[in-house]
Design a protein around this ligand. Structure first.
Ligand code: NI
Length: 233
């Protein structure tokens, strides 16, 4: 990947991190991604703010039974005490993305603050599962060109969403399912949460959401797979 921009301090460590990606999870540099242009009926389910104990386990169990690969945007502060959950995500074919260390609003931090939030989390993920993340999702969707540039220096692309289930407001499992199924299009990135509060409605909605989308002809892929499908046209 020719995208490394040496941020000054830690250049050698960054270089090692950036060049060590070994699998097909790499996402090439570019502008933030909200949805991907594709004619194929592919969607990506994404889960933010975990890992979150039994809730994440329940979501992983449903995804496993349904044969669905998803993308988890984890915070480092949550992940550090739940390394076995990170390993399970990775082992079962899911992709782990970076959602900062402390769920800070990154646009309000200094360059060093942003770098620290992202780098700490990427290092943890890499230490635990062996692959560093190649995408990040800014907490609260609070992005800026500056934040994106710093993330790019760390080898990550900004991934937002085009379908917001608003599951964190707990509108009921049926409303979560309906929002996801009605608003999904080819190439959609669907936002859900396994952490950040009581997510039992999300757990209840997940199976019916998967069924509903499959009934409409959609297949589930990870974010890197979705991006790769767009590149192939
Ligand atoms: Ni979040």
């Amino acid at each position: 990947m020719g995208l490394l921009i040496d941020g000054g301090t830690g250049g050698a460590a960054q270089l090692r991190a950036v060049t060590s990606t070994s699998d097909g999870d790499a996402v090439p540099p570019g502008p933030p991604i909200y949805r991907v242009e594709t004619d194929r009926k592919l969607v990506a389910l994404t889960f933010d703010d975990g890992p979150n104990g039994a809730t994440t386990d329940a979501i992983l169990g449903i995804l496993e039974r349904k044969g669905v690969d998803a993308t988890f945007y984890v915070t480092g502060s949550q992940a550090t005490g739940q390394r076995s959950r990170l390993r399970r995500m990775h082992r079962e074919g899911h992709v782990i993305g970076n959602h900062s260390w402390s769920h800070a609003s990154l646009t309000g931090l200094s360059d060093d603050g942003v770098r620290s939030e992202l780098q700490r989390t990427s290092r943890l993920i890499r230490r635990v599962v062996g692959d560093r993340p190649t995408t990040f999702r800014p907490p609260y969707g609070a992005r800026s060109d500056r934040v994106d540039r710093i993330a790019r220096e760390l080898g990550m692309r900004d991934v937002l969403w085009d379908v917001d289930t608003v599951d964190w407001q707990r509108p009921g499992a049926d409303a979560i399912r309906r929002t996801a199924v009605r608003n999904a299009r080819a190439g959609s990135i669907i936002l859900m949460h396994d952490g950040g509060g009581d997510r039992s409605q999300t757990v209840d909605a997940l199976g019916p959401t998967i069924r509903g989308l499959r009934r409409r002809g959609y297949e589930f892929v990870t974010v890197p797979e979705l991006v790769a499908a767009a590149r192939r046209g």
